[in-house]
Design a protein around this ligand. Structure first.
Ligand SMILES: [Zn+2]
Length: 202
């Protein structure tokens, strides 16, 4: 399990954190699950009052963030909470743990805490059906953000436009036979060529 933050979105988080480096700031983001783990799809803020020691969120903030996420049209679901510790170390405070436990009550939630120096700590919390707390999962920054929805669009464009040419069974194109997958399959390639030359296949 790891959390991937695409380069551009990491830049956005760091910019927001460093814009007022003395104060903490908190926000949310959409997450998609793929074979490599969790990938952040969006980063956004909601209205908040900040101080040097806290950037608390209330249930009403979460509801507001969910509305923002739903209206954004970004893929994934709003299951990432991020916040800054300003210039302090990155760790889960008691308040942080309580917040994430609350957020993950009905399922799962990922969280990352950053600081102005650029350090980050990420975790994964699941409330049900089995309680899981992974309080230190790797954060990978810079993975290209290709959402499943985007991949579907790319695949649809491919399928619409690309047709495989029919196989030609003449002497010049014997290697187009479907059983020859790659040139690396040298033995099979030669066997088929010999069979062709003997007239056993055509
Ligand atoms: Zn914190």
């Amino acid at each position: 399990m790891q959390i991937c933050i695409p380069h551009r979105l990491h830049q956005k988080v760091m910019h927001l954190i460093r814009r007022d480096p003395r104060n903490e700031i908190t926000g949310f983001g959409n997450i998609e699950i793929d074979s490599e783990g969790l990938t952040v799809q969006s980063v956004f803020l909601m209205p908040q009052t900040v101080s040097g020691g806290a950037a608390d969120i209330e249930a009403v903030d979460v509801a507001r963030a969910m509305r923002i996420a739903a209206q954004s049209g970004k893929p994934g679901t709003m299951r990432w909470w991020w916040h800054s510790h300003a210039k302090m170390d990155v760790f889960w405070s008691n308040t942080d743990r309580e917040t994430i436990t609350e957020l993950a009550k009905a399922g799962w939630f990922a969280a990352s805490v950053f600081n102005v120096q650029g350090e980050v700590l990420s975790g994964f919390w699941q409330g049900t059906p089995v309680p899981i707390v992974l309080s230190d999962i790797p954060t990978v920054i810079g993975k290209p953000a290709v959402a499943r929805k985007t991949l579907d669009e790319w695949n649809a464009e491919f399928d619409e436009n690309v047709t495989k040419s029919p196989v030609r069974w003449d002497k010049e194109h014997w290697w187009d036979r479907p059983e020859i997958d790659t040139e690396a399959n040298e033995v099979q390639r030669l066997l088929v060529r010999d069979a062709f030359n003997r007239g056993e296949i055509g």
